[in-house]
Design a protein around this ligand. Structure first.
Ligand code: ADP
Length: 287
């Protein structure tokens, strides 16, 4: 027996459950990943014994060999590990971008491992936000228009321009609303990508090496924006990174090696984001 929440099939309840009720960033009080009462909140996202085998011609690659993990609502989790260890594969499975070979992904209490393509598309559009290493902005659209793109594609909501304003404020791009991507620094462009991922108020933000193309200062500003969304807005974040400085923003770091989770490092919510403790712990596991 275990105390996991019941797993319901992922059905057309998505629309009804749209997260239109989340308040604005600025009006939210800081949230902690664990309630202080000692009662554990049910996870928002779970991987249960996930495996992923890629077929490559006549050979196969075992990218994940049995990963079990969970993320609490409002938690900031970093996935770290060497190149090829399975981080991106795991993130893609967690966000419904791909299906596991075996095992399941449970998102908000529902098994999403066997979604149809149409259901997976809806999940990605309405419940998850993605940020990649590449910014993927539309060159001809300005900052506001790029951020509003999810509404342009999937249909607008009544308060969409207020939401756009709030996320522009969150990523500190106020005053640059009319700039096109080529009129922004790399760091500013990636902050537009973060704002675009957050504007639909996803339940979980998944970020795959978002600082990979940024210098030290721009990385810091990007990570600060992610952290604000989590600490002030209660945004749940899963961040893939090989950079200890980025991972040090997280509440908890999962170290992946060879398709397994090898180590779990609890950092807690820390406004200073110092990487010293994490680097010490990583050295112990040979990273
Ligand atoms: P990481 O993000 O830690 O660098 P990945 O999840 O990208 O690792 O890759 C894990 C392993 O799976 C690697 O050996 C990689 O070459 C392989 N892999 C990833 N995607 C594919 C794919 N689409 N087809 C075949 N092999 C893949």
């Amino acid at each position: 027996m275990n105390n996991r929440p019941a797993v319901m099939p992922f059905t057309a309840t998505l629309e009804r459950e749209r997260v239109a009720t989340r308040p604005s960033w600025s009006t939210l009080r800081p949230t902690s990943p664990e309630p202080t009462s000692g009662v554990q909140m049910p996870p928002i996202l779970e991987a249960r014994d996930l495996t992923k085998v890629y077929a490559l011609g006549k050979t196969t690659v075992e990218a994940l060999r049995g990963v079990t993990m969970s993320v609490a609502p409002g938690e900031f989790v970093a996935l770290m590990g060497p190149s090829g260890s399975g981080k991106s594969t795991l993130l893609q499975l967690l966000g419904g971008l791909d299906r596991p070979t075996t095992g399941s992904v449970v998102f908000e209490g529902k098994d999403i491992s066997g979604l149809t393509d149409a259901q997976a598309t809806r999940l990605r559009r309405e419940r998850t936000g993605y940020v990649f290493q590449a910014f993927n902005l539309i060159p001809l659209l300005n900052v506001r228009e790029n951020i509003a793109l999810p509404f342009t594609i999937a249909g607008g909501v009544r308060d969409q321009w207020e939401r756009v304003r709030q996320v522009i404020d969150l990523v500190e791009l106020t005053g640059k609303e009319r700039h096109r991507p080529d009129q922004l620094s790399a760091g500013e462009q990636q902050r537009v990508a973060v704002a675009r991922a957050l504007v639909t108020r996803p339940s979980v933000l998944l970020a795959d090496e978002p600082t990979g193309n940024l210098d030290y200062t721009n990385s810091g500003e990007l990570l600060d924006a992610l952290w604000r969304s989590c600490d002030q807005g209660g945004q749940t974040i899963v961040l893939v990174t090989h950079d200890a400085r980025a991972a040090a923003y997280a509440d908890r770091v999962l170290v992946i090696g060879d398709g397994h989770i090898k180590e779990e490092i609890e950092l807690g919510r820390r406004p200073d984001h110092s990487a010293a403790l994490l680097i010490k712990r990583l050295a112990k596991v040979g990273l």
